[in-house]
Design a protein around this ligand. Structure first.
Ligand code: DQA
Length: 142
């Protein structure tokens, strides 16, 4: 089975960006661990962009290809603002799990609203980089 992990804006800085909130591990080490754990069963592809349109294009490409059993999406701050990303998720049939490293509900009020939650299969937030593993588990188990 093939899964895609998509990270949105500023998540290329994981490990150095606000370590008190997002931890000090990089996405590369998270991906290495995920591939070590699931590599024999799951092909995990990764894409990161700071640009809304590129994230939408990638959702379309992955979703329309029929190649992926699911998508783990951390849309970063676009979670709270992007109706366009919500529409892209609605447009594809591939299930999308929304993930957040931090517990967005324990943070500023603006982060309590997600425009994408209603069109995602489910939401995982607050478990640090382990949120991605939980997202992968959710898609494996279905
Ligand atoms: C985030 C939470 C968002 O509010 C924030 O803008 C991010 C990261 C998280 O993973 O906790 O960039 O999605």
């Amino acid at each position: 089975m093939k899964l895609m992990i998509i990270n949105g804006p500023n998540l290329n800085l994981l490990g150095v960006r606000e370590p008190g909130i997002y931890g000090s591990s990089s996405m590369e080490s998270c991906l290495r661990q995920l591939r070590e754990t699931y590599g024999d069963r799951v092909d995990i592809e990764y894409y990161q962009s700071n640009h809304e349109g590129d994230i939408i294009d990638t959702l379309h490409r992955a979703g329309m290809s029929g190649e992926y059993a699911g998508i783990v999406l951390n849309a970063g701050a676009y979670t709270h603002t992007s109706l366009a990303i919500a529409d892209a998720i609605s447009a594809i049939r591939t299930p999308v799990v929304e993930v957040h490293i931090s517990n967005v509900h324990a943070r500023e009020a603006i982060r309590h609203t997600s425009l994408i939650s209603p069109v995602c299969r489910g939401v995982i937030a607050g478990f640090g980089l382990d949120s991605y593993r939980l997202g992968v588990e959710a898609l494996i188990h279905g």
